[in-house]
Design a protein around this ligand. Structure first.
Ligand code: F6R
Length: 355
C-alpha cells in the first residue's frame, strides 16, 4: 500500500534515503575509500563506453557520461530508439551499458541486442533482477531501489545516479573519485532526508499554478537534472516544461522567457559554472521571469531569485541528486494542486514494451 501517503509517487520520493542505503550497502569501504561491487568483478576497463536508455534513464545516462569522461574514458549517451534504428556506432573494445529501471523497455533492449550483435560487451544497469535486460546482457549491475509503482520514475533515478558512481569508480579503478566521493555517497541518504524534512517546495507552487510554461536550467552535472526536472514536471502536471543547458538559453529559448514563465535554476558551489549560471539567471530576471533557485547557498544566486529551494552542501557528484529531489517535490505538489492523476498520468505506461 501507500503507507499513509496520498500517492505512490510521494511515498517513493520519501523512500529515497532507504533506496540509496540499499544500493550502497556492502559496496563502499570507508577506510580505504574504495568501491567494491561483486557483480563488476569481471568487467574490464573499457576503451570507450556507450550508454543507451530512454526518458528518465537517458538523463541518468547523460550524468554517467560525465563521470567516465572525468576518468578519461571516452563516453557517449544515446537515446535507445535512435541507437537501434540508425547505423549503431558500436565501439570496438567498448562497453555498452543499458540504463533501464524495468529492464523491459523495448527500445533499450533493441539497442542492447544491436550492440551485442556487433560484438560489444553489454551491461544492464537495472532495478529488476531477472529482467530481460539483466538476462540478455553479459553483465548486470543492480541498483536495488525496491519496487517502484508510480509511473513517474523517482527513487529509481536517484538509485541510477548512485550506481553510476559505483560503476565509474569500479571499472576505472577509482580514477574518477576519491575518499571524498565515498564519504559523500555514504552521507547522501541523510542529506536527502534533510531535503525531505526541510523542503519548502509545497509552499512555493501555489504562486505558479496559473502559469503554463516552466523552464529548468543547469550546467555540467546539473544539466541532466534540469532535463529530468522538466520531464517529471510535464509528465504529471500536463503543463509545458523544458530543460536547458543554462548556456543555451541565449541561443534561442530566451525568446520564450517572460513574466509568465517561471525558471528553476540549479546552482551549487561557487565556481566557474555557478558564476556562469548566475549570469544566465540575471538574463531571465531582466525579462521579469520569476526565478526559483535550487542552491546550496555557496553563491549569491539568492539575490536574483524570488524563491529558494535549499539543499545541503555536498560533493559536486552528489549535489545533482539533492537538487533533483527538490524538483521531484515541485512537480509532485504542483500536480497535486492541479488535481492530476499523479500515479497514472494520461497516455503513459510504467514499462514501455513496444518500439
Ligand atoms: C519517466 C519515466 C520514463 C522511463 C523510460 C525508461 O518518469 O519513468 O521516461 O524512464 O520509459 O524506462 P526504463 O528505465 O524502465 O527503461
Amino acid at each position: 500500500g501507500k503507507s499513509g501517503y496520498d500517492h505512490y509517487m510521494l511515498k517513493e520520493i520519501h523512500e529515497q534515503p532507504t533506496a540509496l542505503r540499499q544500493g550502497l550497502s556492502g559496496r563502499l569501504d570507508e577506510l580505504s575509500g574504495e568501491v567494491t561491487v561483486d557483480e563488476l568483478d569481471t568487467v574490464a576497463t573499457p576503451e570507450t563506453i556507450h550508454f543507451v536508455a530512454c526518458g528518465t534513464s537517458y538523463h541518468a545516462a547523460l550524468y554517467g557520461v560525465e563521470l567516465f569522461r572525468e576518468a578519461g574514458v571516452p563516453a557517449q549517451a544515446f537515446l535507445a530508439s535512435e541507437y537501434a534504428t540508425g547505423p549503431a556506432p558500436v565501439p570496438e573494445n567498448g562497453l555498452v551499458v543499458g540504463v533501464t529501471q524495468s529492464g523491459e523497455t523495448a527500445d533499450t533492449l533493441s539497442a542492447l541486442r544491436e550492440a551485442q550483435g556487433r560484438g560489444a560487451v553489454t551491461l544492464a544497469l537495472t532495478n529488476v533482477v531477472g529482467s530481460t535486460a539483466a538476462r540478455e546482457c553479459d553483465h548486470a549491475l543492480y541498483i536495488r531501489s525496491g519496487p517502484e509503482i508510480g509511473v513517474a520514475a523517482t527513487k529509481t533515478f536517484s538509485s541510477q545516479l548512485t550506481a553510476l558512481n559505483l560503476l565509474a569508480e569500479t571499472v576505472t579503478d577509482g580514477a574518477t573519485g576519491s575518499r571524498d566521493l565515498v564519504a559523500a555517497l555514504r552521507d547522501i541518504p541523510g542529506d536527502i532526508q534533510q531535503v525531505l524534512d526541510e523542503t519548502t517546495a509545497e509552499e512555493i507552487v501555489d504562486e505558479y499554478r496559473d502559469n503554463e510554461s516552466f523552464f529548468f536550467i543547469g550546467r555540467g552535472l546539473h544539466f541532466p537534472v534540469a532535463l529530468e526536472g522538466a520531464l517529471k514536471f510535464k509528465e504529471i502536471t500536463y503543463e509545458h516544461a523544458e530543460g536547458f543547458a543554462a548556456g543555451e538559453l541565449k541561443h534561442g529559448p530566451l525568446a520564450l522567457v517572460t513574466r509568465n514563465t517561471p525558471v528553476f535554476a540549479i546552482v551549487t558551489g561557487d565556481g566557474e559554472r555557478a558564476r556562469k549560471t548566475i549570469g544566465n539567471v540575471k538574463e531571465v530576471e531582466a525579462r521579469d521571469a520569476p526565478v526559483v533557485a535550487v542552491t546550496d547557498g555557496q553563491s549569491d544566486v539568492e539575490r536574483y531569485a524570488d524563491h529558494v529551494l535549499e539543499i545541503p552542501e555536498t560533493h559536486p557528484r552528489t549535489a545533482p541528486m539533492l537538487a533533483n529531489v527538490q524538483l521531484q517535490l515541485v512537480a509532485y505538489h504542483m500536480a497535486d494542486r492541479l488535481g492530476r492523476s499523479i500515479d497514472k498520468p494520461r497516455n503513459l505506461a510504467k514499462s514501455v514494451t513496444v518500439e
